[in-house]
Write a protein that binds this ligand. Structure first.
Ligand SMILES: [Mg+2]
Length: 252
């Protein structure tokens, strides 16, 4: 029997960048009574609150104590203790690393004609410093879901940008995630880092964990988890995840 259910967020628990549905929220609360629940994604802490935590209906402190937030691909870890969220560890990039990655991605995207500054909403940005990683979002953070889906459904544009980035600055790793995103990290600062710390912090073995993700193919941002030998369920969307969770809760 698994002890830990770990989840990618975008396209696994939600429609990318939006709060989870009532259905997923209800299922997660039920799961908190039986498992340690670990969302792990490239997003920032405040987005974990908006998209997941704030959507849970009246969770008890006891239930929240089983919710573990692995922020920015698990390079930051938050746990609920004594009525509040506490940061347990943080491994940020240096300012020089952030500057180098930012200029690399911008140059690659511009060369390839994928620097879509004109399509940005006011105040939005294409490249965002998420502390433990730098994230390229082709149409910015605020673009509509439809536009985002349409931009690169087969990942071909992002594969080209990644290939060019690797030529320009091979010292970093670049991963395709979400619908328009590329995450740049220092080698090893991917979900392997987060999942390794998860095992350590929760004092569990690989075999105790079941992971859900939508980008489990080689090059996808969930692939490092597969490579670690952790049992993985590949989903297309949150409906698939809901279906699987119902099955898991049904056999308890
Ligand atoms: Mg995903």
């Amino acid at each position: 029997m698994k002890k830990v259910l770990a989840f990618d967020i975008d396209q696994t628990l939600n429609v990318a960048k939006t709060p989870i549905t009532d259905d997923i929220a209800e299922l997660l609360v039920k799961c908190l009574d039986h498992f340690e629940i670990c969302p792990i994604s490239g997003q920032k802490f405040d987005q974990f609150l908006v998209q997941i935590v704030d959507r849970l209906k009246n969770p008890t402190d006891e239930q929240l104590s089983h919710l573990h937030l692995f922020v920015a691909q698990g390079t930051q870890y938050y746990r609920y203790e004594n009525g509040e969220w506490r940061q347990i560890y943080n491994n940020p990039l240096t300012d020089e690393q952030v500057a180098k990655i930012t200029s690399t991605i911008e140059q690659a995207a511009r060369e390839l004609g994928y620097w879509e500054e004109d399509k940005l909403a006011e105040g939005d940005e294409i490249i965002e410093n998420r502390l433990s990683q730098v994230t390229f979002s082709a149409l910015g953070q605020k673009a509509g879901t439809k536009e985002k889906y349409a931009w690169d459904p087969d990942c071909k544009k992002r594969e080209k940008i990644v290939a060019r980035c690797k030529e320009l600055s091979p010292e970093f790793d670049y991963e395709i995630g979400g619908t328009t995103s590329i995450n740049a990290i220092t080698p090893g600062m991917n979900k392997t880092f987060g999942m390794t710390h998860l095992l350590e912090e929760l004092n569990v073995k690989k075999e105790d964990v079941l992971y859900f993700g939508d980008m489990t193919q080689p090059g996808g941002n969930d692939y490092p988890v597969v490579e670690m030998g952790i049992d993985t369920i590949t989903v297309r969307n949150h409906e698939d995840t809901g279906f699987a969770l119902r099955g898991i809760l049904g056999i308890l």
